[in-house]
Design a binder for this molecule. Structure first.
Ligand SMILES: Nc1ncnc2c1ncn2[C@@H]1O[C@H](COP(=O)(O)OP(=O)(O)OP(=O)(O)O)[C@@H](O)[C@H]1O
Ligand SMILES: [Mg+2]
Length: 307
């Protein structure tokens, strides 16, 4: 078994990429017993912070973990050595932790975290290589080779690898897009987000994967149930992105904010406690994603391990 690599991406900022990454990771681990690795390719380090807290993020940095080391290996012309850079425990759900304690692990979340340092490491690399005449697209493709070699060694250990990407096309983000086999695109239901999402998916289709439509899983997030938003949702589903698979529409809820605000690195919450009313949305998100992947791969739809 080899992991499915999925990039969670949209060039539009603030559309819920990091929140969707964490919800999907929790949903797949909890409801389907999946072993999930999050790779945080965004120097904002939001999904890292949502799972590890800021204290955990800084600890990871001091322990020499994180994605910028993968870049440093690339800069030093070394083969990728990723195993020691991953934080194997990014679980925040009590049920998963307790099952692990009983030696009955069913579902787990690990992370290759980001840190703001990532942008500096990346800029230094860009300056060096662009000065020597390398084109940005070439750097992105070399990086993609380095990354995919790194992830190949981890692929047998995971079911799903989720790449959280920044809202711009850094070399790493481009590399991430080109090594993914499927794409989760969160978007809001408003006209500027529809416009941004359309531009982004057109760019990915022409520059990265011509058959994006069949690989694309779109999630409308932060949905406020107004007539305007319902119309925008219909436009997205029936006009602009009518050839894509849509996941559930996630409502705007303050619970999404508190769910992503872990009290401390050693505090855990139950699925119900963490997500409250959004628990059903997390379940539907995982369920429709699992269906999407099974359909693409022509495999049987897995049964949930928890309800
Ligand atoms: N369902 C929701 N209800 C309410 N707020 C939400 C919801 N989903 C996300 N948010 C909030 O919206 C903001 C943007 O979300 P998030 O950081 O996940 O987006 P992003 O696309 O990753 O942003 P960026 O482009 O900066 O990486 C955050 O403050 C987040 O807490
Ligand atoms: Mg983000």
């Amino acid at each position: 078994m080899s992991a499915t690599i999925t990039a969670v991406s949209n060039l539009k900022g603030g559309v819920g990429k990091s929140t969707t990454t964490v919800m999907l990771a929790d949903g797949l681990a909890y409801f389907y017993g999946a072993n999930v690795l999050i790779v945080d390719l965004d120097p904002q380090a939001n999904s890292s912070q949502m799972l590890l807290t800021e204290r955990g993020l800084q600890m990871a940095f001091k322990q020499g973990k994180g994605v910028h080391h993968l870049l440093e290996q690339f800069t030093a012309n070394e083969p990728p050595n990723i195993a020691n850079l991953v934080l194997p425990n990014a679980v925040t759900l009590e049920e998963l932790r307790l099952a692990e304690e009983r030696d009955e692990r069913a579902g787990w979340v690990s992370i290759l975290p980001a840190h703001p340092q990532l942008r500096l490491t990346e800029m230094a690399l860009e300056e060096k290589l662009y000065a020597s005449g390398m084109a940005p697209s070439r750097l992105a493709s070399y990086l993609a080779g380095h990354f995919s070699q790194a992830l190949e060694t981890l692929a047998p250990l995971y079911d799903v690898i989720l790449l959280d990407t920044p809202p711009y096309l850094s070399p790493m983000a481009r590399a991430g897009l080109s090594i993914a086999s499927t794409y989760v695109t969160p978007t809001l239901a408003d006209s500027v987000s529809i416009w941004g999402t359309k531009q982004f998916t057109d760019w990915v289709t022409t520059q990265v994967v011509p058959d994006l439509a069949s690989r694309n899983f779109v999630v409308i997030t932060r949905f406020k149930n107004t007539r305007y938003a319902r119309n925008a949702e219909t436009e997205l589903k029936e006009i602009y992105l009518k050839d894509r698979t849509f996941g559930p529409t996630i409502p705007e809820s303050v619970q999404a904010l508190s769910a992503m605000d872990r009290a401390d690195l050693d505090s855990y919450n139950s699925m119900r406690g963490k997500y409250g009313r959004l628990r059903g949305d997390v379940k539907r998100l995982a369920e429709s994603f699992v269906n999407f992947i099974a359909k693409r791969n022509g495999t049987a739809i897995p049964e949930p391990v928890r309800s």
